[in-house]
Ligand binder design. Structure first.
Ligand code: MF3
Ligand code: CO
Length: 301
């Protein structure tokens, strides 16, 4: 992690952000299609194929495929896998599994990046897992809410950490961070999920960041498996990972990878209720109309 930058943070024009919004929407649709297919008996390779089909049908390109040799469109990380799990036909989901799906798409050279964690099977059967997932998603939204011009980078980090700690005794993975995003998937600055507020670059209109907390039930220490990709907890405890790409705009945070631009997520925070995650985004056309009185936070599309 480095907070000192080698290059200036890329600033996007409104026209460029509009293209990033397209990439964000394609990413959201691909993720949603994969999440909708999650059920006992499906393999993570099948989820990968669904996401890739969705991205290519939109005329976009999967951003992970070929990235430092990464072989797939999504990362699918099951249970003690934190991030960067490689989809496989031999990884078949079972009732009770916790699966994090991470996906990215490129439209005209501009990137979107987003991740969600879902439990295989109905909610309510595993209170510990449900609470972990809710805490991670809530921490993400608290971080996203700080993506406002004039705030500092670590205001985001601090908000994520505070929310995670307020939610319970979760481990916050520190070895991986969020990142700037735009003409590349990973750009400066790194966006840590912990830290004191008021440090790092001042956030400015036109910046875009991927905020991505990773919370675990046990120790936050991780290691990488023999495949050189899959990150697992060293103690085998289960993990959750949520991510959105957000643009810093004069009208506030514009969540490019949320179908409603973030309106319902922020409304949930304000109402003190947990955003209801991938399942809510699957129903977003029904729910956003009510929750999202402010439209796209000023960004009519
Ligand atoms: N989306 C991941 C991130 O959030 C990166 C995936 S790594 C890849 O930073 F190689 F799979 F692309
Ligand atoms: Co990312």
């Amino acid at each position: 992690m480095r907070l000192r930058r080698d290059e200036p943070i890329e600033l996007k024009t409104p026209a460029q952000l509009a293209i990033m919004r397209e990439a964000g929407l394609v990413t959201a649709a691909a993720l949603q299609a994969a999440v909708a297919a999650v059920q006992p008996g499906i393999s993570t390779a099948e989820l990968d194929a669904i996401a890739e089909r969705e991205i290519r049908a939109a005329g976009a390109v999967p951003s992970f495929k070929g990235y430092y040799g990464y072989p797939a469109t999504i990362c699918a990380s099951v249970n003690e896998q934190v991030v960067h799990g490689i989809p496989s036909s031999s990884q078949v989901l079972r009732h009770g599994d916790l699966v994090s799906i991470d996906c990215g798409a490129i439209v005209n050279g501009w990137h979107g990046d987003s991740a969600v964690t879902v439990r295989v099977g109905p909610a309510g059967e595993d209170a510990e897992a449900d609470a972990l997932v809710a805490a991670c998603e809530r921490a993400l939204w608290h971080g996203l809410a700080e993506a406002v011009p004039g705030r500092r980078l670590t205001d985001i980090s601090h908000a994520v950490q505070q929310a995670a700690q307020a939610a319970g005794r979760y481990g916050i993975v520190r070895e991986y961070t969020g990142h700037g995003i735009g003409t590349r998937m990973h750009m400066d600055p790194a966006v840590p999920n912990f830290g004191r507020p008021g440090r790092g670059p001042v956030l400015a209109e036109g910046m875009a960041l991927a905020v991505e907390p990773m919370l675990v039930l046990g120790s936050p220490r991780t290691r990488v498996l023999e495949d050189d990709w899959t990150v697992v907890t060293t103690d085998g405890s289960r993990a959750a990972h949520f991510e959105h790409t957000v643009a810093v705009t004069a009208d506030g945070p514009w969540v490019l990878t949320a179908q409603d631009g973030g309106a319902s997520g922020f409304a949930s925070l304000r109402a003190g209720v947990l955003p209801s995650g991938a399942r809510a985004s699957a129903r977003v056309s029904a729910s956003a109309a009510g929750a999202n009185a402010g439209g796209e936070l000023g960004h009519g599309l």
